[in-house]
Design a protein around this ligand. Sequence first.
Ligand SMILES: *Cc1c(COP(=O)(O)O)cnc(C)c1O
Length: 524
Amino acid sequence: MRVTVNPSGWRPSAPSNEQGEAQTTTGNRALMLEEPLIFEIDGGETTGVDFADMPQRATKLGGLERSRPIALPGLSEPEAVRHYTRLSRQNYAIDLGLFPLGSCTMKHNPRLNEKVARLPGFADVHPLQPQETVQGALQVINELAFWLLNLTGMHGVAMSPKAGAHGELCGLLCIRAALEARGDKREVVLVPESAHGTNPATAAFAGYRVENIPANAAGRVDLEALKARLGPDVAAVMITNPNTCGLFEPDMKAISDAVHAAGGFVYCDGANFNAIVGKVRPGDLGIDAMHINLHKTFSTPHGGGGPGSGPVVLSEALAPYGPIPYAAKYRDGSFKMVEEEHAGEEHPDGFGRMVAFHGQMGMFTRALAYILSHGADGLKQVAEDAVLNANYVLRSLEGVLDAPFAKSGPCMHEAIFSDRGFEGGVSTIDLAKALIDEGFHPMTMYFPLVVHGAMLVEPTETESKASLDQFIASVRSIAERAKAGDQSLKAAPIYAPRRRLDETLAARKPILTWRAPEPAQAAE
Ligand SMILES: *Cc1c(COP(=O)(O)O)cnc(C)c1O
């Protein structure tokens, strides 16, 4: 369908859409406003600012100056504000409702964190300021590091990695540096089949060959199969605990002992730390490196792949190989970032640098505010409530959805279901899309791969019983329809600003540039 745009930005639309449903003149649905691309509402010369004419000066660009107009859309200030505000209303957010994405730990971002992070002394620091002027900021990094070490029972921590996946790379680079230091050329990393995709990707990126560790029928690592595979070529195993099926790996200590006895290292994917924070210390389980997603366990915002933060805690064996810079505290109470110029004396074996500066200061401030406002007892309560909420979801839905591991006992902080029993070609994606009509962001789908049509639900501790009950009632009603083979589910979502999209086409052939319609076509 070709759209002609009138100067005010309205799309004159037909009284009914392609599905034959009634449409409004504007395309708006009540107060959910339809919004074209910013280029389609381009007002030409319109602008929100009033610049003085450019003084005539001889150009110094030697013929490289732009010969055509830049073609940025022209909008007045209110038009620009409305455009972005309308788009923002089409987003779903943790501040709007339950966000059940399993493995992502989408918990409420406390406003206290935001208040603290906005204090000018924190918000306005610059990474190139002289260190004596940012002693408080360095103290925050050091204090957060202290908490992370205490909560995990580990020896050292690299604060600079900027996401969980980045932390994985940091951990594997430490492992590689430790192996190289002893002249050991191991080349295999073992990863369970249920692992998050970042685990094998990280191992491959760090130059290792990835092999799978099988799972047993209870959804956990098969200890005997793992032991049988260990040998002088295995650099590390990467294990998620609690794992991505929402289950605790009770053999973790035995796994670590076996890997160490075979000369390898144990990397733990700590993305699910929320389920055990304050209850279990990974250091006691023999783990050598583990990333912590501050944007999961410690409530800092997840931002479109943006301001994540993935500190990595390290065992005594790996700590000497961690990256620079790091915030060190000296006996006189002062703090210093140990950078290249001091690394020679203070940290000679470190593998180098991960990022330009010191990590995500704004996230450190928020995470420390969260930790201090909860205290050690409050963090333990977080884990207990997160696990309680997930088990409430599991037990409330296991009668209507297949829950493959429900018989293995309670889950940790997320509950997993399969599409077994759905009829008439209805599948997980149809249920997920129908949840959008109910006003919920869908759960994680088709992950982990070991469960057919997987639906991974992580409510987190910040949801009330009332909100869980509403979610459960919605899933129950949609699941009943899926089991009855209700074909209308395949059209869901019907109330969203956009209906069912061709996501495969969008991912494989994304259209990332906008081209002005040809004048001849626009006249059609
Ligand atoms: C979120 C997650 C990751 C990756 O973390 P990012 O911060 O998104 O890079 C890795 N493993 C698991 C199990 C996760 O849930």
